[in-house]
Design a protein around this ligand. Structure first.
Ligand SMILES: [Zn+2]
Length: 376
């Protein structure tokens, strides 16, 4: 018998909560950070290495996969899990956000969006129904509704019109998704920075009924203060008994602030992308390993970190391989960054469970305020 998709909250501390999402492919401990595997790979990482960092779930991008190698090919090859050798849960986005980001290369109408591939200029079309079909072919465990996400700032009429279209698309996504035991469909709240529009969007989604709810339309350039203002009320507008997912977030302090406001899931390219540009993330903040100050430094990136990078390699070595553009530079730094992000989540889960999250947050901010270790 297929185990149904379910969410449980084990403990709360303030507005923060910890628990787990059960799926037939395993449990996702929450709050959860999802590494992004855009093109069926978390860049520079083997899937088993991603698992070793503590990740329970990965994110895949519909837009990229539909263009190359195509969802049909992945389906013929046994689905995305088998294709990329990751047997844990996978969440796929709907393609909407990335298509909307194409700007002049796309054309929006009531039924969907037509766009040109950034790879070869070929013409494609996405509708709610087609997005559901692609995500089904990929074998995604958590499917996202097809929606429109306007870039900010935008006037209220534009945000309202867009939100209403997204809610009509949410209903169409729900109908097209159908009944798929063990697979989940998440709705996406829109409404920009407007509390009333966010409430209208939440009501519309609740009426349709989803397995989880995302706060969409944030982390699009509005800044942390504006994002936190929305998160002060948006999660509470969504059903309490379902997971809440903040899409595309973020930096460690964004993540901590979002968890404190009741968010259960997040994803971001930051740890892996930073790993390829010489940026390390530690308890003490961001470290630029390209900087000459590390050239003779025999110490690990973070002496308290248990990742293979910090266990076996010095700052001097990381500096050297990054400056020399050696592939291992991206591998080592991505592994450390993903490990750090997962440790961050584990620390928050423990603190929430132990009702010490306020003190944990104070420690988190104090350590970052101290900054990186003194140079040699
Ligand atoms: Zn490390």
């Amino acid at each position: 018998m297929t185990q149904p998709f379910s969410f449980r909250c084990d403990a709360t501390d303030g507005r923060a909560r910890t628990g787990a999402i059960s799926t037939p492919r395993g449990e996702i401990r929450t709050p959860a950070f999802m590494p992004v595997g855009t093109a069926a790979t978390v860049k520079a990482m083997l899937p088993e290495s991603v698992r070793a960092t503590g990740a329970d779930i990965l994110l895949g991008n519909t837009y990229h996969l539909m263009l190359r190698p195509t969802a049909e090919r992945i389906d013929r090859l046994g689905g995305l899990h088998r294709f990329m050798n990751w047997d844990g849960p996978i969440l796929t986005d709907s393609g909407g956000f990335q298509v909307m980001s194409l700007g002049a290369l796309r054309k929006l109408d009531e039924d969907g969006v037509t766009f040109k591939s950034h790879i070869d200029g070929s013409k494609h079309r996405l509708t709610p129904e087609h997005s559901m079909e692609i995500q089904r072919l990929l074998g995604s465990d958590i499917v996202m509704c097809f929606d429109e996400c306007p870039s900010l700032p935008a006037d209220r009429d534009r945000i309202a019109t867009s939100m209403e279209l997204s809610m009509r698309w949410a209903a169409r996504s729900r109908a097209a998704f159908g009944d798929r035991p063990g697979h989940a469909l998440f709705g996406i709240q829109q409404g920009g920075l407007d509390r009333d529009l966010r409430a209208q969007s939440a009501d519309a989604l609740r009426d349709i009924g989803f397995d989880g709810y995302a706060v969409g339309g944030l982390a699009v350039g509005e800044g942390q203060d504006a994002m936190f203002d929305v998160l002060d009320y948006a999660p509470d507008q969504l059903p309490k008994d379902k997971p809440r997912y903040l899409m595309g977030v973020g930096k460690p302090d964004d993540i901590v602030g979002a968890v404190a406001r009741g968010i259960d899931m997040m994803d971001c390219v930051l740890p892996s992308r930073s790993g390829r540009t010489g940026q390390g993330w530690t308890r003490r903040g961001q470290v630029n390993l390209r900087n000459a100050r590390h050239a003779d430094d025999p110490r690990p990136l973070d002496e308290a970190c248990t990742c293979p990078t910090c266990q076996g390699y010095s700052r001097a070595y990381l500096h050297h391989v990054i400056r020399s553009q050696e592939i291992i530079g991206s591998m080592l730094l991505t592994w450390h960054n993903l490990h750090y992000f997962q440790e961050l989540m584990a620390g928050m889960r423990d603190a929430i469970a132990g009702a010490t999250f306020t003190a944990w947050q104070a420690g988190f901010h104090a350590m970052r305020a101290d900054g990186d270790i003194e140079r040699i």
